[in-house]
Design a protein around this ligand. Sequence first.
Ligand code: MD3
Ligand code: FE
Length: 214
Amino acid sequence: MDLFGHIEPAVTNATALDGVRLLKALALPQEAALLADVERVLAAAPLRHMVTPGGFAMSVAMSNCGELGWVTERHGYRYDGWDPLTQQAWPLMPASFAVLSQQAATLAGYPDFVADACLINRYQVGARMGLHQDKNERDFSQPIVSVSLGLTATFQFGGFKRSDKALSFPLYHGDVVVWGGAARLRYHGVLPLKAGMHPALGESRINLTFRKAG
Ligand code: MD3
Ligand code: FE
């Protein structure tokens, strides 16, 4: 099967995509359960625009569920078991999230993956995420599983230096990607979300990232 059928052949580079496993539309059969569970989590732990150590509010609104949540504040980034906004534990990881992330990881060759953290990113039109590495987790041999819902994003996938040239490819509603091995420490980001209307999520995109953080 051509796992990257929607990436332009000109930019498809076998080495750059080492460790990346795209599972197109894997989330679609569970779409309704996932969206209902996103709503339940966000009712208990509201989306917020976190502030980076540089002092800027992120354009992406975030929340978390699971044992640990990713947090940035003026004094730095961390994983924390407590939501600084509500001063409560993060909501439990819904079963629909745990099942899908484990299914994806197993398909990608990580049958023992159990996420203890799920970051929920909500993009409205114009929201973006600059090129960065995910380095706050303890064990980089553990993959990250991402689930895209709603409007299509243009994802950027770079090298091991911020200045390395990045590939761009779309992530569609229902796409699940497992980022392991050599992919795990590559720079990546999301271009500003383009205007559009998604039948289930309106003018927005939700991305779930599952991690073994602790
Ligand atoms: C490649 N989120 O939350 S998901 C993030 O669409 C993040 O919201 C983006 O980058 C989003 O940190 C991208 C795809 C993704 C997530 C983590 C990765 C790709 C990754 C970690 C390492 C390499
Ligand atoms: Fe990231």
